[in-house]
Design a binder for this molecule. Structure first.
Ligand SMILES: *[C@@H]1O[C@H](CO)[C@@H](O)[C@H](O)[C@H]1NC(C)=O
Ligand SMILES: *[C@@H]1O[C@H](CO)[C@@H](O)[C@H](O)[C@H]1NC(C)=O
Ligand SMILES: *[C@@H]1O[C@H](CO)[C@@H](O)[C@H](O)[C@H]1NC(C)=O
Ligand SMILES: *[C@@H]1O[C@H](CO)[C@@H](O)[C@H](O)[C@H]1NC(C)=O
Ligand SMILES: *[C@@H]1O[C@H](CO)[C@@H](O)[C@H](O)[C@H]1NC(C)=O
Ligand SMILES: *[C@@H]1O[C@H](CO)[C@@H](O)[C@H](O)[C@H]1NC(C)=O
Ligand SMILES: *[C@@H]1O[C@H](CO)[C@@H](O)[C@H](O)[C@H]1NC(C)=O
Length: 830
């Protein structure tokens, strides 16, 4: 993009630019790719959202991304957390996106900055501030004057912040791409002025800056100055607009999780297949949504009913640690693609050559060099194909990369150690490729609660019970009011209370035909029932005379999807009935928030303002608990709270809100089918953890902890037994590999590697002979060389990576009658 600076300013700038080694980049495009300073680029991108991790984690996340072959970090901007009330810009700590972008640049990464204003993102209200609802007659995301006014001001101010901090590529910053709006195409027809709004977005973008390229995703009618991009599990059939390159802004390596759902999983082989197919068919930019999903801290989860964990089965897990084999297997693919970038970008995508049914070759051959890709698009059949006089094995649903158009160096379905990428070692072995699931989820290692010396105090719980008591301030309305207009999404909780005079002591059927999202019903101060299935129907006991009915209504993250969000409502939407009596116009008191929340008793400085008592009984309904704990000194591993035993609520550590917890809700939606990577993937496939709690572990960033006396506070809605709470550690990273003597001669070594700042600390398993099982569950077979562990230790201990030859010369020949012996190794990284 052009530099607008005049000459004296340019000299000044040049000095500044030299000092920070940032230089103005020229970002343009042609029909093949983005051009950065005139050079066509094959870019691999990964989404990391700044508020879903802590600033201390950012440099490590960026370093791991960079080491894994990521070129671009993509983030959304979250209007409602950065501007919680009109005019109030919060730019500190996790919300400091300027710092986030600067750190990405320091790590040598470009940035794709997706402004929105709507972002979806499984973020409450899709990032829209609930205070927008107070603007009279506003229609969000439409060609509607009040919306254009407020959204236009926000986008303009945001671009000004980026410019003031010189973050745009044309200014020497890392932001090469800016996105306006988000996946509007699919919902556009529901808005009266949809097409005019899209035009307006294009004009606003053009007016604001050309120091980065603007994009719109899933927007078939994107204006001409904006690149229209694809979001899907597969985008190899995406048709870009004339003159524009093919760009893929969201490739989902997994999916988000809802309370009550099992854990999503997309096999690494299918992701590698989708990505490779995309680039060989003309793709130029692909982004993993997510690359590091992270955590929905506080009340940021979208919804309703999205979990606190936003792992997404991404390459980096919730804790920022490599999710193997995905991280390594995709990392190897990135290395192969980058090695061939110049060859692939020199020419348009070649027409495929058919090699048989669902078999094809894409050959990139020019003066720059030659690379060929052989695809087997059959979803069941492995084949051997002939190509240029040679035979190649192609597993079903896979692509092989032929270096120099001859040597197969990578296959998307075979994750194993190979020469190109030593880090591939943690990948699944060739033998298990068919159902190459991820390694058992990197579960935090449980530590017993109240373990002496380690986690003191965690079982010494004191509590105070704050039930449905008379709130300090209430307001009255004849009918129950809509909830979001009352809370403005500053709390989940709204009390609705009414009184009903019964002529006699009796039983009656209380029904609320439509509630959003959760309702706890209390009659005469006693808990009656809870429902999150959309309605309530319960038999209640009434006394003669006045009876109080208190309903605690909860939102569980506001809708973040494609609905008309200005018309999205929550609360007791369907009225309230007691038998045949319509209580809807009975007169209702309203109270936002619960008492302890309004008084912020979760803040360490406010703890003493409450009279905490030791409980006589547990499981008594709406309750606050507090405790304190020390952090184990012997490790730096990421930490989580295991909240098994608790019901549902919120948890704070040292005043930081870790988010909603709900370890009791079992994953029952969708079956956990056998996971086969072959064939078209979609989100219901390959789920894991059926009939288990959706989420028991809750990430506690180290940044929020001190060595001793960390204050733990829980707001428990249902009861729960806090004595089972444990502080747990994420397991160390392990690296595994299996290689058999029948492998190609140049592959006859197990190559192991740890993370960027890790070394091999121990050998968990090593066996040369006939080992069985897969990573984390290897077992010795009948044939085993007794010095296997010793040999691996001597070659690997203390190193970041190592290679162990698979040969009888090395291990002796423990059982001469067994041919094709294997070496299986698992090492622990620290
Ligand atoms: C930017 O790159 C384009 C295409 O490569 C070129 O035409 C243009 O002159 C360049 N602009 C600047 C300011 O270097
Ligand atoms: C863009 O700028 C032009 C010219 O100043 C102006 O007429 C138009 O209203 C602007 N459009 C938007 C959406 O800001
Ligand atoms: C690549 O092009 C060269 C020169 O035209 C040709 O000799 C060679 O056979 C081609 N390779 C493939 C794999 O098509
Ligand atoms: C409550 O919702 C369930 C599931 O949607 C439905 O089967 C049931 O009939 C509803 N009950 C009432 C009282 O509306
Ligand atoms: C109950 O009262 C409300 C509010 O007046 C009304 O909208 C609703 O239709 C009534 N329900 C029935 C079943 O009559
Ligand atoms: C496998 O391929 C067959 C034939 O092309 C197709 O009908 C089927 O839907 C595919 N299955 C999957 C899971 O992609
Ligand atoms: C391992 O043991 C075998 C059999 O005792 C022996 O032949 C071999 O040299 C040993 N390897 C090493 C590296 O000590």
């Amino acid at each position: 993009m052009r530099s607008a600076a005049n000459v004296p300013l340019l000299l000044l700038l040049l000095a500044a630019v030299m000092a920070t080694s940032a230089y103005a980049m020229n970002v343009t495009y042609d029909s093949r790719a983005l051009l950065i300073d005139g050079r066509r680029r094959l870019l691999v991108s990964g989404s990391i959202h700044y508020p879903r991790s802590t600033p201390d984690m950012w440099p490590e996340l960026f370093a791991r991304a960079k080491a894994n072959g990521i070129d671009v970090i993509q983030t959304y901007l979250f209007w409602n957390t950065n501007v919680p009330t009109p005019g109030e810009f919060v730019m500190s700590d996790r919300f400091d996106y300027v710092r986030f972008v600067q750190l990405a640049q320091e790590a040598g990464l470009y940035v794709n900055f997706r402004i929105g204003p709507f972002v979806c993102a499984e973020w409450t209200y899709g990032g829209l501030p609930a205070w927008l609802r107070q603007i009279p007659d506003i229609m969000f995301r439409d060609y509607d004057q009040p919306w254009l006014q407020v959204a236009g001001e926000y986008i303009t101010k945001t671009v000004q912040i980026l410019k003031d901090n010189r973050l745009l590529a044309g200014q020497g910053g890392p932001i090469i791409l800016l996105q306006i709006e988000n996946e509007y195409g699919g919902t556009e027809s529901r808005y009266a002025g949809g097409p005019q709004y899209v035009e307006w977005c294009g004009q606003l973008a053009a007016n604001l800056t050309d120091a980065a390229q603007w994009i719109m995703c899933s927007q078939p009618d994107a204006p001409a100055n904006i690149i229209a991009t694809c979001n899907a599990f597969y985008c190899d059939d995406f048709v870009p607009h004339p003159g524009q390159p093919s760009m893929w802004t969201e490739n989902w390596p997994g999916w988000f999780q809802k309370w009550g759902d099992p854990t999503p999983h997309r096999p690494a082989q299918d992701v590698a297949y989708a990505v490779t197919r995309y680039y060989i068919k003309g793709g130029s930019y692909m982004n993993y949504y997510m690359y590091h999903g992270g955590t929905n801290f506080e009340r940021t989860a979208g919804g309703p009913f999205i979990t606190t964990n936003y792992d997404y089965d991404a390459s980096l897990d919730e804790y920022g640690m490599p999710n193997e084999p995905k991280y390594s297997h995709l990392g190897s693919m990135h290395a192969v693609l980058h090695d061939n970038e110049a060859i692939m970008m020199a020419v348009p995508a070649p027409k495929p050559i058919s090699l048989g049914t669902n078999l094809e070759a894409h050959i990139y051959n020019s003066s720059v060099g030659c690379v060929a890709f052989l695809s087997n698009n059959n979803n069941k059949t492995d084949v051997e194909v002939q190509f240029n006089g040679r035979t190649y094995e192609l597993p079903a649903w896979s692509v092989s990369v032929l270096h120099g158009c001859v040597t197969a160096i990578y296959n998307t379905a075979v994750c194993r150690a190979h020469q190109r990428a030593p880090h591939d070692a943690a990948c699944c072995a060739r033998e298990s490729r068919r159902v190459c699931d991820r390694l058992p989820p990197l579960r935090p290692k449980a530590r017993a609660p109240c373990q002496s010396g380690r986690i003191r105090h965690l079982c010494l719980v004191v509590l105070t019970s704050i039930g449905p008591q008379a709130p300090a301030t209430k307001y009255w309305n004849k009918t129950p009011l809509e909830q979001i207009d009352q809370t403005l999404d500053h709390t989940d909780y709204l009390w609705y209370s009414t009184s009903y005079v019964s002529s006699s002591a009796t039983y009656a059927q209380l029904s609320l035909p439509q509630i959003t999202d959760v309702a706890y019903v209390y009659v005469n101060g006693k808990f009656v029932t809870v429902s999150w299935s959309g309605n309530v129907s319960a038999t209640v006991s009434l006394v003669a005379g006045p009876n109080t009915i208190d309903i605690l209504s909860l939102t569980m993250g506001l809708d973040n999807g494609g609905d008309i969000l200005s018309e999205y409502n929550c609360g007791l939407l369907g009225g309230v009935y007691l038998g045949s009596v319509n209580l809807t116009e009975n007169g209702w008191w309203h109270q936002t928030g619960v008492v302890g929340e309004r008084n912020a008793i979760f803040l360490p400085e406010n703890l003493k303002k409450v009279a905490w008592t030791t409980p006589a009984v547990l499981n008594t309904g709406l309750t606050w608990y507090k405790s304190s704990f020390d952090v184990p000194r012997d490790s730096q591993a990421p930490l989580a709270l295991d909240l098994t035993g608790m019901g549902k609520g919120y948890v704070w550590v040292n005043g930081h809100n870790l988010g909603r917890y709900w370890p009791t809700i079992l994953a029952t939606n969708w079956p956990c089918d056998v996971c086969d990577y072959r064939g078209t993937y979609d989100a219901p496939h390959c789920k894991q953890g059926c009939n288990m709690p959706s989420q028991t572990h809750y990430h506690v960033p180290r940044e929020w902890l001190q060595a001793e006396n960390n204050v733990l506070v829980l707001l428990e809605e249902m009861g729960g037994n806090p004595s089972k709470i444990a502080l747990v550690e994420r397991e160390e990273y392990v690296s595994c590999g299996v290689v058999g003597e029948d492998y190609p001669a140049d592959d006859l070594a197990v190559v192991l590697g740890c993370g960027t700042h890790q070394t091999i600390a121990g050998v968990d398993f090593a066996s040369y002979g006939t080992p069985m099982g897969s990573c984390r569950s290897y077992q010795q077979g009948s044939c085993h060389a007794s010095n296997s562990t010793e040999i691996v230790l001597s070659l690997c201990h203390g190193k970041q990576a190592c290679s162990i030859p698979v040969s009888a010369a090395m291990f002796g020949n423990p059982c001469p009658d067994v041919t094709n012996k294997r070496l299986a190794v698992q090492v622990a990284c620290a």
